[in-house]
Structures are given as structure tokens and as C-alpha cells.
Design a protein around this ligand. Structure first.
Ligand code: SAH
Length: 275
């Protein structure tokens, strides 16, 4: 199942555009001819944006300038309406790489939350089956995914509790972002193909310790835990230094693979991100 072709060329009626003011504030706006965007810095007619190339500068009624850009997936994730806390782009990139997600791959995800991880998986071409406890979050995720990727993606969200079981036995990846992922391990052993990859995102180390302890008693091997640090730099003339502020902590990523046998021989092997 293909993700909608990327939008190219001029900004079109109906698409969502990212307006950026001179202070760097960002606004995600759906373009509709006849409608107007209101900000502190004045008003912009959507028709002054439609038909222009992304990267164009538009002037508000108060003579302020704004940039009109096509949002990246990372922009969307940070600007979209959120029910639950999302997984940040730096972690999503790592999940796609070490989770080794391919087009057409069958992925189980829980909880779906606002759909940020779903969007990353779907755009990498995966088929995603998600469980989400809260109907309002499930509805929000469906809307966010449709707004970002259209409806031609293979995404289903069921309002279900992942601790109670997973329907299906042929998932190739299992991606968890819920408080007690150790309660999903036994279900994951049944639902995942042998060799399949398990990944869990957890904000706190006591949760990681519990998960690793449970994984060490399971059919999973090659377990590993890491975090992704990203530090921006300030570069202007001769002032070249790290940014004063950074997002110092989001979450820890734990990965493991389902093994078919000889577990004891490989128990001591762990996953470590390649250096
Ligand atoms: N990864 C998501 C955010 C998930 S937030 C994103 O990137 O947008 C965690 C979600 O897990 C919440 O929406 C919560 O309702 C859901 N959840 C918690 N326990 C669950 C369970 N047992 N089964 C399914 N979903 C669960």
C-alpha cells in the first residue's frame, strides 16, 4: 500500500502549510481560498499563499513578513493537535533505523496516542495495526494520520487493551509506547514472527529495569537499551558554540529480538547500537 505521493510544486488549496514568523513561531494552517489566517502580527489571506512556491514570503496586513513552507513530518509531529505526549523526531528516526522498518512490513503498535510513531512507520511504508485504550486518542490519531499522509495508507487503530492480548501471529515488528510494556511480552512472543524485532519507548529507568528483567526471562534475546541525545549548535560569525538549552531527556529505547531456541547460549549477548 503506497503512501500518497509527496506534494511538489506550488502550494495548493486544501493542503496544510507551515507559516513561520520572524521570531520562529510556527503555525500549521490548512489553505482554503477565501479564508484568512489571524496572528498577533496581522492577517494573511490564504489566497495570497495558494499558488506560490514553498519558501515564499508573504506580508501580513500589519506589514509583517511570514514564510510559507511545506511542513516536514517532524514539523507536523510537533505542531499537530496532540491527545497524548508524542515520541519526538530524534527518537522516531532511531526507531525506524534500529527497528529496521521496510515498506510493506507488518507492524503492531500500542498505545497509538496522538499517532506520531504511526505516522513515521506508515511513511516508511509499513502496514500498521495499533491498539489504543482511549477512544478520543484513537480518533485523534486517525485524524492526524489522514491529515499528514492521506487515507491511502494501511493503518487500523482498535480501541483495545494491549495487556489483554494481541490478535495475529505474523507481525514482523512490535513497537510499544505504554507504561507497562513487560505486560505485553508474553503476547508479543505469540504475535511476532521468529527473528522479529521488539521495541519499547519508556520515559523512566525503573520501567526500563522492569522491562529488561522480564525480557531476560522471555524468548527474546539480543536485548539492549539506549537513549538518543541531540544537541543543537548556535553559529553566528565567530560565535560557534552549543545551544544553551537542549531537550535533555525524552525517553529510553529498548530493543530485543524474538529467538526460536538455544536461548541460554545467547543470553549474555546484548544489542548495542553500532559505533
Ligand atoms: N507513541 C505515541 C504516544 C503514545 S502515549 C505517539 O508517538 O504519538 C501512550 C498511549 O498509550 C496513551 O494514548 C494511552 O492511552 C495508551 N495506553 C496505555 N496503556 C495502554 C494499553 N494497555 N493498551 C493500549 N493503549 C494503552
Amino acid at each position: 500500500m503506497a503512501v500518497r505521493d509527496p506534494l511538489r510544486g506550488t502550494l495548493k488549496e486544501g493542503e496544510e502549510v507551515l507559516l513561520v514568523d520572524r521570531k520562529g513561531r510556527k503555525f500549521l494552517v490548512q489553505l482554503r481560498a477565501g479564508e484568512r489566517f489571524h496572528s498577533h502580527d496581522g492577517i494573511i489571506d490564504h489566497s495570497a499563499v495558494i499558488g506560490h512556491l514553498p519558501g515564499s514570503v508573504v506580508t501580513t496586513t500589519k506589514d509583517s513578513l511570514m514564510l510559507a513552507m511545506r511542513p516536514t513530518l517532524a514539523d507536523r509531529i510537533l505542531e499537530m493537535p496532540r491527545g497524548a505526549q508524542v515520541i519526538y523526531p530524534k527518537d522516531l528516526g532511531s526507531i525506524l533505523m534500529y527497528g529496521d522498518v521496510w515498506p510493506g512490513m507488518s507492524v503492531f503498535e500500542a498505545g497509538v496516542g496522538s499517532g506520531a510513531l504511526s505516522m513515521a512507520l506508515l511513511r516508511a511504508g509499513a502496514s500498521v495495526t495499533g491498539y489504543e485504550l482511549r477512544p478520543d486518542f484513537a480518533a485523534r490519531a486517525r485524524k492526524n494520520v489522514a491529515a499528514a499522509l492521506g487515507r491511502d495508507v494501511d493503518f487500523s487503530v482498535e480501541e483495545r487493551d494491549a495487556y489483554e492480548g494481541i490478535d495475529g501471529t505474523r507481525f514482523e515488528r512490535i513497537m510499544l509506547d505504554l507504561p507497562e510494556p513487560w505486560r505485553v511480552i508474553a503476547h508479543a512472543e505469540m504475535a511476532l514472527v521468529s527473528g522479529g524485532i521488539f521495541m519499547a519507548y519508556l520515559p523512566s529507568m525503573d520501567q526500563v529495569a522492569k522491562l529488561r528483567e522480564a525480557l531476560s526471562r522471555s524468548r527474546f534475546g539480543l536485548a539492549g537499551t539506549y537513549e538518543v541525545m541531540q544537541r543543537g549548535w548556535y553559529i553566528e560569525d565567530r560565535a560557534v558554540r552549543p545551544d544553551h538549552r537542549m531537550v535533555a531527556h525524552t525517553g529510553f529505547l529498548t530493543t530485543a529480538r524474538l529467538l526460536a531456541g538455544h536461548l541460554r547460549s545467547f543470553r549474555s549477548l546484548t544489542f548495542s547500537p553500532p559505533r
